[in-house]
Write a protein that binds this ligand. Structure first.
Ligand code: PLP
Length: 416
């Protein structure tokens, strides 16, 4: 059967198989050809409580009978109001306003635009953004500009804006990162903001750094009046063991981006949270100072209802206990693997490198690994030779054991 669909991050010329999924439940996906696939990466990091969580599905169905979609510029609705209240209740206090959009990338665009608007409206225009090496913030032009440059975006490089980049804080060399950040923050071309993925860089290869470094970076930005943007699109909603990764460093950003797990991973929605001064800088009787951003589906009521169900699950179910259980199991399974290079873990995420002659994303090993895991009915999608496991919190021990057995086999097979 030939399809006219052009898939993301897919080289159709290679004619690799494209499994057709008919339904999903918990940590399992079911295909049209009768296979049960273990979702070891939470369907690309979005799913937290498992697929088709009954409360989220019911909330979507219920909302769909009342209000499907409504313009959000100058109008509001209860699911969005309830969601904003619910979010601000569980997010750290200085974050006081919620701006909705529809993907992680747009939540980042919104954050960058808020930062520039903040400085412009205060009469001190600033444009420069400081970023961390190997970061990923999304695939739109602005989000790509603040992310790592490479094969993914070299065709668009002329359109990307310049940024100042601090090195990744490798263990033992953290001071180099902090010095670079301090240098940029005290430069005469003052940055508007520093944007960072707290504690773990996702698409950059699941690179983990210590909470004290995050706290020190936050302190440098605060000391020099540079806005601190935390992109918790991947790390939010418990991935690193706490609701937010920022909690582990006891910091609060000026602007916070959330998406992926916001609806439990069921339906697209994003939110950019901002502190009072950011909102205040746009608050005026002068329309030219308003925040100029929207997308058609901003705060879609059905998506907001799904997010409200996610918040109810966090309030009423033992989510942190499930995360602690998965964290423990992940640690046990990871330490059971032999001959692993650079094994690491943060909360529910584990990662390791499979030794290869060349370790870049397009190396032959990546596709070989992908096929290896696909043959074993596992949804694992290595980043080059980096294999990581990031399952829904409800995954069973048997499924987890199957994942690590396959990884162990892959280590042996790729070596030979
Ligand atoms: C996935 C991701 C994004 C982009 O989110 P999309 O919903 O895919 O646009 C941004 N930042 C981080 C840290 C991410 O992991």
């Amino acid at each position: 059967m030939r399809s006219s669909i052009w898939h993301p991050f897919t080289q159709h010329g290679l004619a690799e198989p494209t499994p057709l999924v008919t339904h999903a439940e918990g940590a399992a996906l079911y295909t049209a050809d009768g296979r049960r696939i273990i979702d070891a990466i939470s369907s690309w990091w979005v799913n937290t409580h498992g697929h088709c969580h009954p409360r989220i599905m019911a909330a979507i169905a219920e909302q769909a009978t009342r209000l499907d979609q409504i313009i959000f510029a100058g109008w509001t609705h209860e699911p969005a109001e309830q969601l904003a209240r619910g979010l601000l209740e569980i997010m750290p206090a200085p974050l006081a306003y919620a701006f909705f959009s529809d993907s992680g990338s747009t939540s980042v665009e919104v954050a960058l635009k808020m930062a520039l608007g903040f400085w412009l409206n205060r009469g001190e225009p600033r444009q420069r953004i400081v970023v961390m090496e190997s970061s990923y913030h999304g695939d739109t032009i602005g989000a790509m500009s603040v992310g790592a440059r490479g094969i993914f975006n070299q065709a668009y490089a002329p359109l990307l804006f310049d940024v100042a980049t601090v090195p990744f804080p490798t263990a033992g060399s953290e001071q180099v990162t902090l010095d670079a950040l301090e240098h940029f923050c005290t430069h005469e071309d003052k940055p508007a903001a520093f944007i960072v993925e707290p504690l773990v860089l996702g698409a950059g290869g699941m690179r983990i750094y210590a909470p004290w470094v995050l706290a020190a970076m936050r302190a440098i930005c605060a000391a020099h009046g540079v806005l601190f943007i935390a992109d918790e699109v991947m790390t939010g909603w418990g991935r690193t063991g706490t609701l937010l990764a920022c909690e582990q460093a006891e910091i609060v950003p000026d602007i916070l981006c959330l998406s992926k797990g916001l609806t439990g991973g069921a339906i697209p929605l994003a939110v950019t949270l901002a502190t009072e001064p950011i909102y205040e800088a746009h608050f005026s009787t002068d329309r030219s100072r308003q925040f100029f951003h929207s997308s058609s589906y901003t705060a879609n009521p059905i998506a907001c209802a799904a997010a409200n169900a996610n918040l109810a699950i966090w309030r009423e179910e033992p989510v942190l206990e499930r995360i602690a259980r998965l964290t423990r199991l992940q640690g046990e399974k990871l330490s059971g693997l032999q001959g692993v290079a650079n094994a690491r873990q943060i909360g529910t995420i584990t990662a390791l490198e499979i030794e290869a002659p060349e370790g870049d994303y397009l190396s032959a090993l990546g596709p070989r690994l992908l096929a290896f895991f696909r043959e074993r009915d596992l949804l694992l999608r290595p980043l080059g030779n980096t294999v990581y496991v990031m399952p829904p919190y409800c995954i069973g021990e048997e499924d987890l054991a199957a994942i690590y057995t396959a990884i162990g086999e892959a280590i042996d097979a790729m070596r030979g």
